[in-house]
Design a protein around this ligand. Structure first.
Ligand code: 2AM
Ligand code: CA
Length: 271
């Protein structure tokens, strides 16, 4: 059992403050008549309202920190201080369709991390409908509530459940994704596409998924989840197996035993 740091408590409190309204809006969206514009506008309002609450709460606690938010972009602050990276609703398409799988995501990036480079130090993926709070702090492990997380211990690809994100609406390279899928699918127990990158990574950290791949994501989709996987003892690399996931915008995550096997399949598929 470990206590949050003060900063993680701030993040957790902000997410829990935004959650009730998001839950109410989710229940509403399931009952909305399909109006002229459909429920998409309603969901985009819900998204913006949740972001506003998060920003207000985070600003109250750390007034001089910058905030990068999915909807609002970059809010100014002290460049020498850390910044928050916020996604008020990861899994928007699920939310819009009444599928109960989405999360509020908050990460903290220190501009002067190891080797003087920016580094993610805190991550929170909060699932409002299950009240699950996945969180990680650099060097202090990954946690679900007060329970320590560890990536799965599966060593056989044939027993592994792998998550992915399928390119959508012109985002990402479908031919590349297809080649990877063609190489991975026959070797594993199953593939899942659940529609929230942040939860996919949190679930790799929790050992629910054994691995995950996706490309063409935004920092707010992956910053918190990558820290969760690493602090749970897993690996996140690009498709070449290098520590360049953010730079190349390719994310290959897995437990320590499966990562190199999965990476070989992916590398072969892309040769
Ligand atoms: P979002 O819900 O915050 O937009 C999954 O592939 C990732 O891509 C999600 O984390 C999701 O974040 C993002 N995404 C954006 N548009 C999407 C779409 N039309 N379908 C699926 N995912 C989408
Ligand atoms: Ca997102």
């Amino acid at each position: 059992m470990v206590a949050h740091s003060g900063l993680l408590t701030v993040m957790d409190r902000a997410a829990r403050k935004a959650a009730p309204r998001l839950r109410r809006d989710f229940n509403e969206v399931q009952h909305l008549q399909v109006s002229r514009k459909g429920p998409a506008d309603f969901v985009s309002m819900a998204d913006k309202r949740a972001e506003q609450t998060l920003i207000e709460e985070l600003r109250k606690a750390r007034p001089d920190w910058r905030i990068l938010a999915e909807e609002g972009g970059e809010l100014p602050g002290d460049p020498d201080k850390p910044r928050f990276i916020v996604d008020p609703l990861d899994g928007t398409t699920n939310f819009l369709h009444g599928i109960p799988h989405f999360a509020i995501v908050i990460a903290v990036e220190d501009p002067n991390g190891a080797q003087g480079k920016p580094e993610i130090t805190h991550g929170l993926v909060y699932q409002p409908l299950t009240d699950e709070s996945f969180w990680a702090e650099k060097g202090r492990g990954a946690w679900l509530q007060d329970q320590r997380l560890r990536v799965s211990s599966r060593r056989d690809l044939s027993e592994s459940l792998i998550a992915t994100g399928i390119p959508f609406m012109g985002h990402g390279n479908f031919a590349e994704w297809s080649r990877i899928f063609g190489a991975v699918a026959p070797e594993v127990a199953g593939i899942r596409r659940l529609g929230s990158a942040a939860l996919d990574l949190a679930w790799v950290a929790a050992g629910r998924f054994d691995g995950y791949w996706e490309s063409d994501l935004k920092p707010w989709d992956v910053a918190a989840g990558m820290l969760l996987v690493k602090e749970a003892g897993g690996f996140v690399t690009d498709y070449r197996g290098q520590d360049m996931a953010m730079q190349r915008n390719q994310f290959l995550a897995a437990n320590d035993g499966l990562h190199s096997k999965l990476h070989k399949l992916v590398a072969n598929a892309l040769r």
